[in-house]
Design a protein. Structure first.
Length: 94
């Protein structure tokens, strides 16, 4: 894991790791000549990691992990909201 303030070169440094695949959440690696997938939501991230593990990539780079955490929170909140709504419908409360 790499950790540091923004713009210190973490992404550029990680691009030198063995056969990296960048899962680019914050779209900060477009300037690099690397294999990358732009990630828009938590489900895409989970699917991309699952698929990447079956390939010949040696390194999976999630850029960045704090943005991934935000995607996880958004997905959890959306799922919880949907479950509450379905429960209320089931109970005849809506």
């Amino acid at each position: 894991m790499l950790y540091g303030v923004e713009s210190v070169g973490k992404t550029t440094f990680a691009s030198q790791f063995p056969k990296p695949l960048f899962l680019d959440i914050e779209q900060g690696s477009a300037h690099l000549d690397i294999d990358r997938a732009e990630i828009k939501d938590w489900k895409e991230l989970v699917a991309a990691v699952t698929i990447a593990k079956t390939t010949d990539f040696k390194t999976i780079v999630i850029d960045s992990i704090d943005w991934a955490e935000r995607l996880a929170q958004e997905d959890l909140l959306a799922t919880t909201k949907n479950l509450r709504r379905r429960f209320r419908l089931w109970q005849g409360m809506d």
